[in-house]
Ligand binder design. Structure first.
Ligand SMILES: NC(=O)c1ccc[n+]([C@@H]2O[C@H](COP(=O)([O-])OP(=O)(O)OC[C@H]3O[C@@H](n4cnc5c(N)ncnc54)[C@H](OP(=O)(O)O)[C@@H]3O)[C@@H](O)[C@H]2O)c1
Length: 309
């Protein structure tokens, strides 16, 4: 398999490339930013918190003096803010070579609703990134070999798209919402890849296995038994945030990466290891569901994609 034992040392020179990473102030997004900047890319860290974003920039510049990094504020759970952000980005008139749809929240309890009326996990993990990618297309498609990487999860396996109650207003369960949003990530990335056939755009879904990041503290915290067992007691089954960023980095930069292939770790139950092509569950390969989700996402966000090829 092309990706076996792939490490960050294999990232090619990225001088002149512009990268945008959502949720880049911690965890996988931050580690991906470090490696991409180390290899010469200009990395825009799109973060919702100015304070956390500035800390991340300072830490990155300390680690890599002279790194080409910048902070741009974005709350990806807000479609209005995604519009503002994209309009400002497009005004700069630059190519976007690599977009990494990474920001995420997990298993929020109790249910939270954004000011626009969307369940927060669905809004952050899927709808915001759907809108962001669509609105940035003029910049993305202007790049010579653009890539869009979308960070999904093993959690997609238990997921279902609840078309009759997408916001889970009738029956909210924290993990049901997370699973749905992460399934949506793969369906979106694969449908984008299908629509981009015949164009230079490569869209790739990835997952980081189980990685030690802030996702638990930001989400269910230690009160959730399933999470506590997995992330605390089964630490030997999990990996660092640096290792968790490798599937993202492989998809973003490897010349062997192919559209729609799902990249994840090669270890026991895909929880840790080197990035390779892995198989999503059948629910993530259902094109009819992917196309229906696409139509609904266009309706909910008001962002309608033009033909890509
Ligand atoms: N860690 C794992 O084991 C694991 C497994 C499967 C998938 N994933 C996925 O990996 C991705 C990265 O998560 P992580 O594990 O690195 O966790 P993390 O350390 O908590 O990073 C998540 C990032 O997303 C940001 N974020 C959350 N809501 C946002 C919003 N509305 N607008 C902009 N940024 C927002 C967070 O910002 P703040 O710091 O401001 O909260 C943080 O920077 C997520 O999509 C997650 O679902 C992680």
């Amino acid at each position: 398999m092309a990706a076996q034992q792939w490490t960050a040392a294999q990232i090619p020179a990225l001088d002149g490339k512009k990268v945008l990473i959502t949720g880049a102030n911690s965890g996988i997004g931050y580690q991906a930013a470090v490696q991409l900047a180390r290899h010469g890319a200009h990395v825009v860290l799109a973060c919702r918190s100015a304070e956390k974003g500035e800390l991340a920039i300072r830490s990155l510049q300390k680690e890599l003096p002279g790194a080409k990094v910048e902070l741009s504020l974005l709350d990806v759970s807000s479609i209005a803010d995604v519009h503002r952000f994209a309009a400002e980005f497009l005004k700069r008139g630059i190519f976007l070579d690599i977009l990494i749809n990474n920001a995420g929240v997990m298993a929020l309890n109790p249910r939270q609703v954004t000011p626009e009326g969307f369940e927060r996990q669905f809004a952050t993990n899927h709808l915001g990134h759907f809108a962001l990618t669509g609105l940035l297309l003029p910049s993305i498609m202007a790049a010579p070999a653009p890539r869009v990487v979308t960070v999904a999860s093993l959690a997609h396996r238990g997921g279902k798209i609840h078309f009759d109650d997408l916001q889970l207003a009738k029956d909210y369960k924290p993990w049901t919402a997370y699973n749905q949003s992460k399934l949506a990530n793969i369906l979106f990335a694969r449908e984008l890849a299908r629509r981009a056939i015949g164009s230079p755009l490569i869209s790739i879904p990835v997952h980081p296995g189980v990685s030690q990041t802030s996702i638990v503290a930001n989400g269910p915290g230690s009160s959730d038994l399933k999470t506590r067992v997995l992330f605390t007691f089964a630490k030997f089954l999990t990996q660092s945030d640096e290792a968790g960023a490798l599937p993202t980095l492989y998809a973003a930069t490897s010349p062997n990466a192919k559209p729609a292939e799902y990249i994840g770790p090669d270890g026991f139950m895909e929880m840790k290891g080197a990035p390779v092509v892995v198989k999503p569950r059948a629910n993530a390969l259902d094109e009819a569901v992917g196309q229906r989700l696409w139509r609904v996402s266009e309706e909910l966000t008001g962002v309608v994609y033009p033909p890509l090829s």
